[in-house]
Design a protein around this ligand. Structure first.
Ligand SMILES: NC(=O)C1=CN([C@@H]2O[C@H](COP(=O)(O)OP(=O)(O)OC[C@H]3O[C@@H](n4cnc5c(N)ncnc54)[C@H](O)[C@@H]3O)[C@@H](O)[C@H]2O)C=CC1
Ligand SMILES: O=C(O)CCC(=O)C(=O)O
Length: 528
């Protein structure tokens, strides 16, 4: 059945064509994002959801999203998606990090120029027939200092355009390297320096606990008198009430905001001030940017739903369409080894060590580790998948150790798992054979090669004559058909293992009988 995607925001129709071309069924309901109840009622029917900023992907929506595999944000900020809740449900969240950056940077520059020359107020006055030539004295921007707070994609484009306008650009961004600052022609400064020196301040950070109210009353007081402030990033980076007071006192000469603490902003403490310019979150609103992000999000969602490729996911590593087929057998192997280890573990888990030997170490090991964790946790928890497993393991205090090393043994690629629990250590290794099928190749350090089968019995026993015969007869007498039988031992008369694939399940009585066979140390019925 073709995957189904719902577009619940005003996305460019360009997205529809992409989905259709890629064999994805699509429902375009651009007003639905604003109707939480209706969205919650129908979201269960879809595999993918494409949004802009009006749709709020809340835990309540996600609870109803029984089939949802991916949320794609046609834009940058994903603060309208509850990422932890989506991750916990195994839903990939993607954005389109570059498609609207130029457009948003241009909006910031437009607002800066509009502020410098009071264009909106001058326009209103002129069209009202007032011709107030003396009222609108502006400031020149050439030679002025622009302080950029947050110099990532958009901040760097704003800096580039401002340098073209002959401004001097200083930037505060703790994650901006000195080399990158040099390359883009900005002076990297501390926040206090920026506040003291900037004639214009423009904000381009995400909203985080560190950036919330980064322009607080205290920091606004440290700015140069007559500073002008532009916010095209997120409402709440500037304390709105404190800014209103600073505008009223004349300390801040003007401000231009595209974003507000509460959106849609139909009333706001900043509204009505003569030196305030406001736009309704228009940063990304150009035909070019909307076409870019719509095409990109549709490609990304379709790629994931039809080919397993992951691009620009916030909560999972990227996997290209070329990598996906190479990775798939190892994902299966990692999941099966994890599941085997999970079914062998019934006491508190302390640590999981995953070792990649040889060529497999060059693949996306983060994705493989996530698959192994999902397999491992699934016997203990329902509803865990490769997206949610790392977060679930972290939540449970399980230490994850990932090691990559060169091939040492007989396999080009070997994946090993070792579980340290209150009951001791259990380890196993596996490989993908030339037929593309994953096999377990050793258990607790004992070599035994076996394909995974839906129903298996694992036995660890003392290597004594007669055990195999008794074990096989017990199964035979109970009418349990053996499909494959793998054996191994560490030394003659030492420890031995048997991994047996059977047709159908293991009756409870048979299982109890195996446990009672002489020499049996441990037995488990396994399902894959
Ligand atoms: N108004 C609109 O319509 C649009 C708004 N945006 C918003 O613009 C903002 C920037 O987007 P991008 O440049 O694409 O993001 P980005 O991730 O490329 O850049 C953000 C920068 O902020 C820096 N940063 C993080 N914490 C910081 C801190 N405590 N102090 C100073 N800098 C810090 C990061 O190091 C990074 O360089 C985002 O909030 C995004 O949601 C993006 C597109 C459209
Ligand atoms: O989709 C929009 O209009 C808003 C864009 C935005 O804020 C973002 O991409 O972060």
């Amino acid at each position: 059945m073709a995957p189904r995607v719902l577009i619940s925001d005003a996305l460019s129709p360009a997205a529809l064509a992409i989905f259709k071309e890629r064999g994805v069924e699509v429902d375009f309901q651009p007003a639905l994002g604003k109707d939480k109840e209706k969205l919650a009622a129908i979201i269960g029917d879809y595999d993918g959801l494409a949004i802009r900023s009006a749709t709020k992907v809340t835990p309540k929506i996600l609870e109803n999203a029984k089939n949802l595999k991916v949320v794609g944000r046609a834009g940058i900020g994903v603060d309208n998606v509850d990422i932890p809740a989506a991750t916990a449900r195994g839903i990939i969240v993607m954005n389109t990090p570059f498609g609207n950056s130029i457009t948003t940077a241009e909006h910031a520059i437009s607002l800066m120029l509009a502020l410098a020359r009071q264009i909106p107020a001058a326009d209103a006055s002129t069209q009202a027939g007032k011709w107030e030539k003396n009222r609108f004295m502006g400031v020149e921007i050439t030679g002025k200092v622009l302080g950029v707070i947050g110099c990532g994609n958009i901040g760097a484009i704003v800096a580039d355009r401002a340098l073209g306008l002959k401004m001097r650009v200083i930037a505060f961004d703790p994650f901006l390297s000195a080399e990158r600052a040099k390359n883009i022609g900005v002076e990297k400064v501390e926040l206090a320096d920026l506040l003291a020196r900037a004639d214009f301040i423009t904000l381009h950070t995400p909203m985080t606990p560190q950036t919330k109210n980064i322009l607080s009353a205290e920091n606004l007081a440290k700015t140069k008198k007559g500073v002008r402030i532009i916010n095209c990033a997120r409402g709440g980076l500037v304390d709105e009430a404190a800014l209103r007071a600073a505008l009223d006192s004349g300390h801040v000469a003007g401000a231009a905001f595209d974003v507000f603490v509460e959106e849609p902003a139909t009333s706001n403490v900043l509204f009505g001030h003569p030196n305030m310019i406001c736009t309704p979150h228009l940063g990304a609103s150009t035909n070019e940017a909307q076409e870019n992000v719509a095409l990109q999000v549709a490609e990304q969602i379709a790629d994931y739903l039809t080919r397993g490729a992951i691009t620009n996911a916030i909560n999972f590593p990227n996997i290209t369409a070329e990598e996906a087929p190479k990775l798939t057998p190892f994902i299966t192997l990692a999941e099966k080894l994890g599941s085997f280890a999970g079914q062998m573990t019934d006491v508190g888990v302390k640590k999981l060590t995953i070792t990649y030997e040889g060529a497999v170490g060059e693949l996306k090991t983060k994705a493989l580790t996530a698959a192994a964790l999902a397999g491992f946790l699934r016997p203990m928890l329902t509803d865990v998948n490769v997206v949610s497993a790392p977060a679930v393991a972290r939540e449970r205090g399980i230490v994850i150790d990932e090691t990559v090393r060169a091939a040492e043994g007989d396999y080009d690629s070997l994946l090993s798992l070792s579980v340290e629990s209150e009951g001791g250590v259990f380890s196993l290794s596996g490989a993908v054979f030339n037929d593309g099928k994953p096999r377990v190749v050793s258990i607790s350090g004992i070599r035994a090669e076996a394909e995974f089968a839906p129903s298996m019995i694992f036995v660890s026993n003392a290597d004594k004559p007669g055990f195999i015969g008794r074990f096989a007869s017990l199964l035979g007498e109970a009418g349990v058909n053996i499909a494959t039988f793998a054996l191994g031992r560490d030394a003659e008369g030492g420890s031995a293992i048997a991994l047996v694939a059977i047709d159908g399940g293991v009756p409870e009585k048979v299982f109890a009988g195996i446990s009672e066979l002489p020499g049996v140390k441990l037995t488990r019925a396994l399902k894959f």
